[in-house]
Ligand binder design. Structure first.
Ligand code: COA
Length: 260
């Protein structure tokens, strides 16, 4: 089925996903969440996809949150189901095993900030802004804002954003560690792609290991996480990529990884 609210473009191993409802500031309605889920399935299953860039259409918004028109009329059971559907999609994106960079081109509010946080890295345009304004609507975040934000910026800063509902600009988001870098608006996609390409020069299995280890390790004890790290370190020693990487270093040439 073709997407109606997303653009999905592939170029040289990178899938570029653009949320395409600019007249509604790319707000996440049920269709966007379902189509993002389908896009994640495609990303997971297509071996040709090595990395992902996620952005919003237009110059104003990355995503201005869950669709308030839908949320406003929901029953408690519908609200819970909406939260679970969005959480599942974002968790699958976070665990897809391939690096995902959010190119944040404008407002990243509520579900938009949550979606950006479910990506592995965030590049923000100078005009981007971030916030979790749900409390202003009498709501709390439903797509992982209370979970990922404190893990990224620490409990105190997260609670300030969550409790005030205030918006912060890209520089402040960088200062508190919410985004990895801030770039001029007209450089956003190029800089995001450059960052992703630098990552994709490395061994795909090693990248997958880093993603899985950090993801699972954050919820483990130090000893469990170290044990898991040692297992992966050993496992990667069985890969052709490890042999190629170490040999290329010794032969003073660039490694050519195959992901095997
Ligand atoms: N859900 C549904 N529609 C939204 C939306 C959202 N989260 N955010 C913006 N829109 C719609 C507006 O209703 C408007 O639609 P209309 O032209 O049919 O009236 C359109 O997008 C443009 O938004 P507008 O508010 O006119 O733009 P602005 O530049 O004046 O303000 C924001 C921009 C982002 C500050 C403002 O739109 C906003 O506060 N949005 C909601 C953010 C939020 O609370 N997100 C969390 C949701 S749980």
């Amino acid at each position: 089925m073709p997407f109606t609210t997303l653009l999905y473009e592939m170029a040289e191993g990178i899938a570029r996903l653009t949320i395409n409802r600019p007249d509604k500031l790319n707000a996440l309605n049920g269709t966007v969440i379902a189509e993002l889920g389908d896009a994640v399935t495609r990303i997971e299953s297509d071996a040709g996809v090595r990395g992902v860039i996620l952005t919003g259409a237009g110059s104003k918004a990355f995503v201005a949150g869950a669709d308030i028109a839908e949320v406003g009329g929901q029953t408690p059971m519908e609200g819970q189901a909406r939260a679970v559907a969005g959480q599942r999609m974002m968790r699958r994106l976070e665990r897809c095993g391939k690096p995902v960079v959010a190119a944040v081109n404008g407002f990243a509010l509520g579900g938009g900030c949550e979606l950006a946080m479910a990506c592995h890295l965030r590049v923000a345009s100078e005009s981007a802004s971030f916030g979790q304004p749900e409390v202003k609507l009498g709501l709390a975040p439903g797509y992982g804002g209370t979970v990922r934000l404190p893990r990224l910026v620490g409990r105190g800063r997260a609670l300030e954003l969550l409790l005030t509902g205030a918006m912060i600009d890209a520089q402040e988001a960088w200062r508190i560690g919410l985004v990895n870098r801030v770039v001029p608006a007209d450089r956003l996609l190029d800089e995001s792609e450059q960052l992703l390409r630098r990552i994709l020069d490395n061994g795909p299995l090693a990248l997958r290991a880093c993603l899985e280890l950090v993801d699972a390790g954050l919820d483990m004890s130090t000893d469990e996480a170290l044990g898991q790290e040692a297992v992966w370190f050993g496992l990667l020693s069985a890969s052709a990529d490890m042999r190629e990487g170490t040999r290329a270093f010794l032969e003073k040439r660039k490694a050519v990884f195959t992901g095997s």
